[in-house]
Design a protein around this ligand. Sequence first.
Ligand code: COA
Length: 182
Amino acid sequence: MDHLGLVAWPPDPIRTERLVLRESEARDRAAFIELLASPEVNTYLGGPRPRDELERETPEVPERWPGSFVVDLDGAMIGQILLRRATGHRRPAAVGKADLGYLFLPRAWGFGYAAEACAAALGWLAGVLPGEPVVLTTQTANTGSMRLAAKLGFVEVERFEAWGAEQWLGIRGLPGARHGAA
Ligand SMILES: CC(C)(COP(=O)(O)OP(=O)(O)OC[C@H]1O[C@@H](n2cnc3c(N)ncnc32)[C@H](O)[C@@H]1OP(=O)(O)O)[C@@H](O)C(=O)NCCC(=O)NCCS
């Protein structure tokens, strides 16, 4: 994965009905460590990382790069959205395309926050890179993520085996592809 390329960054904070999408700050560090150390968050992402290792290695301001949004609810980070360039993707249909990823703290699941935040991030992307299709890869066993992908308007390209599990590759924004309500 690479950065998106030439986009103006950071944008002004993006406000949705309930959330703000913004660049990361030092005060988000604990939430980033929580995201990566959480067994629940990482069930379908290769497993959690040891907390002591994360405490040692996480920079003072984590994940500050173009396309990395902190999702903020009432002043506190609840998740991260990642928009990157899938340069090294193992599936040819995804190589070089903009790629969406999302991680939310378990206490923020089940309220529609991920859908609200991803829709806003995709809206931002459509503004800075008009007409860019976006891909998304998720394990088919990750039912919450599969539901979110469908809600956002991603349609299946293919399923494939990788990292010891069945993966789903979806795309959004190809001419003729159906878009969801979000
Ligand atoms: C994938 C993930 C972001 C999904 O989070 P989520 O909270 O389930 O997703 P949504 O924002 O779409 O919320 C959907 C739920 O909120 C409910 N909801 C409650 N209030 C709502 C509202 N006001 N608006 C919309 N939905 C609402 C919906 O009914 C739905 O519940 P359901 O899943 O029981 O049907 C989350 O599980 C996660 O972070 N997982 C770990 C990381 C991961 O696996 N990422 C995928 C890597 S690609």
